[in-house]
Design a binder for this molecule. Structure first.
Ligand SMILES: C[S@@+](CC[C@H](N)C(=O)[O-])C[C@H]1O[C@@H](n2cnc3c(N)ncnc32)[C@H](O)[C@@H]1O
Length: 398
């Protein structure tokens, strides 16, 4: 059947209508007329795939990635970077309008840097001698020799892994933000592990660390952070500093006493802002993160920060006398108990770092009963994908 694409949905898919039913079409842009085949029909909507383009949008660009539309990693390879940024701004605006009464005028322009080679981490999967990424909507693996998202050092290691692959099940590659330090963890069999050891700073084979070093270190601003293989670290090499600077700008010079850094990971944001307050408490439920956070405190010679290893929801009711709360939860956002206690602790400011605009909107709606949402700034931390990071600043209403 032939469809005219009206607009994009939150996942970058084209939206069209067929017999009053909404159709989602991947790799289709507003204004395009496409011949599609139905992939799945549900009660309320249809998922369809393009067979041919009858009319192509003038802003469509050539997809440079050889795995485009096969690998599930990128959804926006056919959109230029400016349009991608506009799409992300529009998406956050639409979600706010749909789920809240918060004015969309508070959205600040998106911060972005580069479209390619920005990631400092990749996870490869292996099966039957093939090493690569999962095919879209499947457990099949497509072999890859390069990925446009990761930095050149990681691409070099992907090449090496393909050379020594003798039954790799999984490989994780991480680099420091300046791309100088490399960490590789391989599960499965390799032909020549010394080659991987020579080309990395940290090398872990089947859970055992073979190299002398166990962590890599990354510089962000004037702070240095170590991260282990199991620790969380922001994946964008350059924009992470801008994200942390945004949070810092909200704390700098304000004479705040106590700051709470919830979902603190390896303690990065808490340590980044620690010079601007009396005391910081960080909470995270991943032991690798908390151990790295405690080492990061020492590495940066910081005395006014403490880390608690637990779930936020188990600790939040024990906390009081806080001026600023920073939250950076996973995609699920904040749970009801945490929101309840955030309001009860009643800090003058809440800084909400989010990687999911839908759960962000849900939580802002709830928090806006007691807080004014001052602004939301977008960060294009994940170019070529539909994901977008945001920093929202909330101030207590008197
Ligand atoms: C998006 S990361 C934020 C990390 C950190 N702010 C940074 O910039 O590196 C979310 C973190 O929340 C942690 N986490 C997930 N659920 C949690 C929970 N219920 N309680 C505490 N930490 C949690 C994860 O371990 C992860 O480190």
């Amino acid at each position: 059947m032939e469809l005219k694409i009206e607009k994009l949905d939150n996942y970058g898919r084209g939206i069209a209508y067929f017999n009053d039913k909404i159709c989602f079409v991947e790799n289709a842009l507003p204004g395009e007329i496409v011949q599609v085949e139905i992939e799945k029909e549900y009660k309320k909507y249809i998922e369809a795939k393009v067979i041919s383009y009858k009319k192509v949008a003038p802003n469509r660009i050539k997809e440079e990635c050889p795995y485009s539309n096969v690998c599930g990693g990128c959804q926006l390879n056919h959109i230029c970077y400016d349009d991608e940024n506009k799409f992300k701004e529009e998406k956050v605006r639409d979600i706010l309008k749909k789920f809240t009464n918060i004015s969309t005028n508070i959205i600040k322009p998106i911060a972005s840097h580069e479209r390619d080679y920005y990631r400092n981490k990749i996870i490869l999967h292996g099966k039957d001698g093939v090493l690569g990424l999962y095919q879209k909507k499947s457990n099949e693996i497509i072999p890859i020799i390069e990925c446009l998202l990761v930095n050149p050092k990681i691409n070099k290691i992907i090449h090496l892994l393909n050379k020594v692959n003798n039954g790799i099940d999984e490989a994780i590659i991480k680099t420091s933000n300046d791309n100088n330090q490399v960490m590789i963890s391989v599960k499965g069999k390799v032909r020549d592990s010394s080659l991987l050891l020579q080309n990395s700073d940290v090398f872990i084979l089947n859970g055992k660390c073979i190299s002398q070093k166990k962590c890599i270190e990354t510089q962000i601003g004037n702070k240095v952070y170590q991260e282990g293989i199991d620790s969380f670290f922001q994946v964008n090499n350059t924009l992470t500093k801008s994200l942390y600077d945004e949070v810092f700008s909200q704390i700098k010079g304000k004479n705040y006493q106590n700051v709470l850094d919830l979902y603190c990971g390896t303690g990065t944001i808490g340590i980044y802002v620690s010079s601007e307050c009396q005391k910081v408490i960080g909470i995270d439920c991943n032991i690798s993160n908390v151990l790295d956070a405690k080492n990061n405190k020492i590495l940066n010679q910081i005395n006014n920060i403490e880390f608690i290893y637990d779930k936020v929801e188990n600790q939040i009711d024990k906390i009081k006398d806080i001026d600023v709360i920073i939250v950076d939860p996973p995609r699920a956002g904040l749970d009801k108990k945490t929101i309840h206690y955030l309001k009860k602790i009643n800090p003058v400011k809440i800084i909400y770092v989010s990687c999911d605009p839908i759960t962000l909107a849900r939580d802002l709606k709830d928090l806006s009963e007691s807080y004014d949402i001052k602004y939301i700034r977008l960060f294009n931390m994940f170019p070529r994908t539909y994901h977008v990071e945001t920093v929202s600043v909330l101030t207590r209403r008197n």
